[in-house]
Design a protein around this ligand. Structure first.
Ligand code: NAD
Length: 368
């Protein structure tokens, strides 16, 4: 019996297409590296709504709670735009994140040398970049109470959101960042606005507390989030791990993503509390959506989803060598000129299809 379990939720649009390529890679690791997963598959988003009238069934939710890692493709599509809010495809994904209590969102910004010219920044600024943003995902201003739009005393209206963080919420995401740093270059930069926000002062104090008491071996620095935004586009290679709250993380991780070029290249992980076997609750997914404009045409780049599986190997299963093997295979395929349409420059030859890109990566794995 495999002691590593995976739930695969391909979802909608290009989700199933890119996940087919990930399945090939999973099978390769099984047959070649003796890495066997107990894999189950389910429906999420519009696909689940079409079959069951809900974007996530209780059975699939229960299975997600049992497995070591969930691997998700993408959800959504224009055919679901008119649905009631409660059954929209995105609700399936939100339910997974909420009920699994996935509080640490990991967004790597990694620039493969072969793609450095796709960045809006100069090649030497981004080439070789390997930065990780850890965003707090389940608290902060997107969830804080009170919130709402109310009538104001002057006859106008007032919109209210509340930034609120507790010691426990800050400490647990800080621990995630320090743990990650230990597996990388051992440096964490914490970002907030302690100069103008009390929640930022608490954030800074608590991150420092976790460092001093539990991770004194990791190098810790603090930066105001606005200065951090500037530094991310000025010289991103100065950072190893950045840890920040939900709102600033939303903005900073999107800005960092653009350093690397295409949406089709960006993986992500959302992690929660460790389970009995020591593995954290985990959901891995590409950053991109269901890309209805190219769905069903074999044009999607499967690399973001393949790199999401590499993150699962590293962060759920502690198979760092296997993760690195897969990442190197992606890098080499790109260096050899493998390109899907989203990675094409003017004058390039015909793009590879989704499955041809998967095969190009498998070919390199077979040579390794
Ligand atoms: P999108 O990420 O689906 O697409 C944006 C653009 O990038 C499109 O032109 C698309 O063709 C291209 N693109 C995205 N992924 C690609 C890939 N792997 N290879 C090649 N090109 C790729 O974002 P959108 O168009 O704003 O949203 C489409 C649908 O996806 C919406 O229903 C939205 O709600 C949903 N969505 C889902 C998620 C998710 O599942 N996590 C995230 C974002 C958007």
């Amino acid at each position: 019996m495999a002691d590593m379990s995976l739930l695969i939720l391909p979802g909608d649009g290009i989700g199933p297409e890119v996940m087919t390529e990930v399945r090939k890679i999973i099978d390769w690791f099984g047959s070649t590296r003796n890495l066997t997963f107990d894999v189950s598959e389910g429906l999420v988003g519009g696909a689940s709504y079409d079959a069951h009238g809900t974007p996530l069934t209780d059975e699939t939710m229960a299975r997600a709670q049992e497995v070591d890692a969930v691997l998700l493709g993408a959800v959504g599509g224009p055919q679901y735009d008119e649905l009631d809010f409660s059954v929209k495809p995105e609700r399936g994904l939100l339910r997974l994140r909420k009920e699994m209590d996935l509080y640490a969102n990991l967004r790597p910004a990694q620039c493969f040398d072969a793609l450095a010219d796709f960045s809006s920044l100069k090649r030497d600024v981004v080439s070789g970049l390997d930065l990780m943003i850890v965003r707090e995902l389940t608290s902060g201003i997107y969830f804080g109470e009170p919130r709402g739009i109310q009538d104001d005393t002057d006859g106008g209206r007032v919109g209210i959101n509340t930034q609120r963080y507790t010691t426990a919420e800050i400490r647990r995401v800080a621990r995630s960042a320090f743990e990650l740093a230990r597996k990388r270059d051992n440096r964490v930069c914490s970002m907030e606005k302690a100069n103008v926000m009390e929640s930022g002062i608490l954030w800074r104090q608590e991150v420092q507390w976790v460092h001093d008491n539990e991770y004194p071996d990791v190098e810790l620095s603090h930066m105001y989030a606005d200065a951090g935004a500037m530094q991310i586009v000025r010289w991103p290679k100065q950072f190893d791990v950045i840890v920040t709250d939900n709102l600033f993380g939303d903005l900073l991780s999107d800005a960092a993503a653009m350093l690397t070029g295409s949406l089709g290249m960006l993986p992500s992980a959302s992690l929660g509390t460790p389970m009995e076997n020591g593995r954290p609750k985990a959901l891995y997914e590409p950053v991109h959506g269901s890309a209805p404009d190219i769905a069903g045409q074999g044009k999607a780049n499967p690399i973001a989803c393949i790199l999401s599986f590499a993150m699962a190997l590293r962060y759920s299963f502690d198979r760092r060598e296997d993760a690195a093997l897969l990442e190197r295979a992606v890098e080499k395929a790109l260096a050899n000129g493998a390109r899907t349409g989203d990675l094409m420059a003017e004058g390039d030859a015909k793009p590879l299809s989704t499955s041809q890109m998967g095969d190009a990566i498998l070919t390199i794995l077979n040579e390794s």
